[in-house]
Design a protein. Sequence first.
Length: 143
Amino acid sequence: MVLRNEPEEEGPSSGSFPLSGAAPLIFGNENMAFYEHVVITRPDISPAQVDSFVEELSGFLKEKGATIGKTEYWGLRNLAYPIKKQRKGHYSLINIDAPAAAIHELERRQRLSEDVMRYMTIRVEELSDEPSPVLSRKDRRRD
């Protein structure tokens, strides 16, 4: 698909976009969505430091108009493959209801952080209050 910048009639009721076939970009709090954000931090930091890091992220997101559903610390887990010469990492999950601009800024900050090895943000239809399957599996192993 090729997008072309075609001149169109401008007017208050035209409703046209500068690029034909392009959707409008929405910034700000108008477009809230649900996200699950998983972050893997370096194994050489303590669980208390991971908790404070997640609290920093939550505070930042709240400043940007987001609400935090739940946060889970999954613990120090083995990685499927080495990342930055590390074989383990601290996993954390954050459920977020936020505008897209806040998520973009969150991901930008995560790219710049030295403590973050990997992160993934997934948009979901709804947020669950139940423990994640990872925590449920951990509880079954203890029994």
